[in-house]
Design a protein around this ligand. Structure first.
Ligand SMILES: Cc1cc2nc3c(=O)[nH]c(=O)nc-3n(C[C@H](O)[C@H](O)[C@H](O)COP(=O)(O)OP(=O)(O)OC[C@H]3O[C@@H](n4cnc5c(N)ncnc54)[C@H](O)[C@@H]3O)c2cc1C
Length: 502
């Protein structure tokens, strides 16, 4: 093991992962002895379709000191209040998974417990009528959440939808200003130290050789260092998440600017719709066992709201993760670390988490193996928890109209998820995951949206008379409706805060 101070860091790859890492390290390590280099290859290019995010990205941007309106204008970003899932539980269903809660607890008992009790007793309104972010999303409206915890306007959060290529450029300008040195060209060879097996240097096609103490592998699906050089191994999760291909294409916006992403289930996968300021991103994620590339592409093009603005972009992937995301002196971040399909827009968040963990366990010259092992343990947990949440969307379905849906509906699922679903179905209990990114409200949204309705409810809620509950429900529903209608339209709000692209 090399016993010298860590001074040189090389980041391999300049996609979203590479530039997020470069920006964060240049900010957090500024004023210290580190030199940071980043290598990217225009010829190889980036995946560049990561356009929808989760609210945590705001904290990443804030930490770097970005001005939100400036960032939105430069990346042509829109606000995102959640994801609409169409045709998932049944072929004509629609529900929104909002970045916010449904209702409020009554008598110390969670709202969804009361809602399920009233549904069983007398039916009633869908749970989304008790969520301001869902009402606002459906009305195409947006406002910043309020800080006053007593305000209904404080019951949600928000994320962004943006042009990933422009975000990488934005981060690149920031990182270069803080001393990150960018190298354009292709890495053609990787040299290992004979004794330790640590990566010593990378050799570029223009003759440059870059050596470093720490390498961050952001080279995308190929995992140039983590797999190519160190053979970390890959845990394949396709038996649970069988989609393995995507075809993507942008088109012009045909209607009002919607503040949410849409995921519409298809015969053998699903289609995303991500509205940006200047265009709509679309893509069909599908399983090649059940549908050909040509039919998948035609299905996507048929459902576009306007003519395609570019050539179709075909992508292949294997869902899963590296067995070790940190091996020797290489930490893999982004697609080189693993891939979970974009159904809940989690990839960029996993990049953010990985950067945070790398900074938390930043190595020194002792290269204490406990640091890498704790990093790997925590990242494994994060990936597994996102994985389980994604599997829920496929498995909790009543669809039996195609071989794909029959497979996912009946496939064996991880024990951890079976337990969670059973607890919710039995008694509305949301089994908590420590460290997972999705909180109770998200699980509740997907369970109920996909018809996993509790069969019994918390007996502590029974003491509240049904008439009292109904009165509270009516008031809450009306408050959500009035508040949503009082907000500016999404497009107007973006203009009002000066976040529109010039
Ligand atoms: C179909 C699809 C849809 C997605 N949608 C979303 C979404 O909505 N939200 C979300 O959060 N995420 C999404 N993602 C994931 C997201 O795109 C990625 O997590 C994100 O773009 C990070 O990619 P990356 O930087 O790891 O890899 P890449 O974008 O592939 O970048 C790899 C970099 O490495 C460089 N490189 C590779 N090999 C070499 C070499 N030999 N020499 C020099 N340089 C090299 C490349 O030039 C490039 O700069 C989606 C992914 C897919 C496949």
């Amino acid at each position: 093991m090399p016993n010298r101070p860590i001074e040189n860091i090389v980041i391999v790859g300049g996609g979203t992962a590479g530039w997020m890492t470069a920006a964060a390290l240049s900010h957090m390590l500024s004023g210290q002895k580190y030199a940071i280099h980043l290598v990217e290859s225009e010829e190889i290019g980036t995946v560049g379709v990561g356009e929808a995010t989760v609210p945590h990205i705001r904290f990443f941007n804030q930490k770097l000191g970005f001005d939100e309106a400036d960032f939105m204008a430069k990346t042509k970003a829109t606000f995102k209040l959640g994801i609409e899932f169409c045709n998932w539980g049944r072929a004509s269903d629609s529900y929104i998974h909002p970045f916010g809660a449904f209702g409020e607890s009554i008598g110390g008992v969670a709202f969804h417990q009361h809602w399920a009790r009233m549904q069983r007793a007398s039916g009633g309104h869908p749970i989304e009528d008790y969520s301001l972010p869902v009402m606002a999303a459906r009305a195409g409206r947006f406002a910043y959440p309020a800080e006053d915890p007593d305000s209904l306007l404080s019951t949600y959060s928000y994320a962004f939808q943006f042009d990933a290529g422009l975000y990488a450029k934005y981060l690149c300008a920031y990182a270069e200003e803080r001393g990150v040195k960018r190298h354009e060209g292709k890495i053609i060879d990787v040299a290992l130290e004979p004794e330790s097996g640590f990566v010593q240097s990378v050799q570029m096609d223009n003759g440059t050789s870059l050596s470093a103490d720490l390498f961050v592998d952001c080279s995308g699906f190929r995992g140039l260092l983590i797999e190519g050089a160190l053979q970390s191994g890959y845990e394949n999760w396709q038996h649970w998440l069988p989609c393995d291909r995507a075809v993507a294409v942008p088109c012009a916006t045909a209607g009002p600017l919607t503040p949410y992403t849409r995921a519409t289930a298809q015969d053998a996968g699903w289609i995303w719709r991500i509205p940006l300021q200047h265009r709509v991103g679309n893509g069909h994620v599908y399983c090649s066992n059940y549908i050909s590339d040509d039919v998948a592409a035609a299905t996507l093009v048929d459902q576009l709201e306007s003519a395609p603005l570019a050539k179709l972009n075909q992508l292949r992937f294997v869902t899963g993760k590296r067995r070790e995301q940190w091996s020797k002196n290489v930490v893999a971040i982004g697609l080189s670390a693993g891939f979970l399909e974009p159904l809940e827009s989690t990839s960029i968040h996993l990049i953010q988490l990985a950067i945070g963990r790398l900074l938390e366990f930043f190595p020194d010259q002792s290269w204490d193996p406990a640091l890498a092992s704790e990093y790997n343990r925590l990242m494994d947990l994060e990936y597994e928890r996102v994985r389980d949440f994604l599997i829920l969307h496929y498995h909790a379905t009543e669809r039996d109209d195609t071989p794909f849906w029959n497979y996912v509906r009946t496939m064996p699922i991880p024990d951890s998820l079976t337990h969670k679903i059973n607890m919710f179905r039995e008694r509305g209990v949301v089994v908590n995951y420590r460290d997972g990114m999705f909180l109770d409200a998200s699980w509740i949204a997907v369970y109920l949206g996909q018809r996993v309705i509790p069969q019994n409810n918390d007996p502590l809620g029974e003491a509240i008379p049904e008439a009292d509950l109904l009165a509270k429900f009516d008031r809450l529903r009306s408050d959500c409706h009035i508040a949503a209608q009082g907000l500016a339209t999404h497009a107007d709000f973006i203009r009002q805060i000066g976040a529109h692209a010039h």
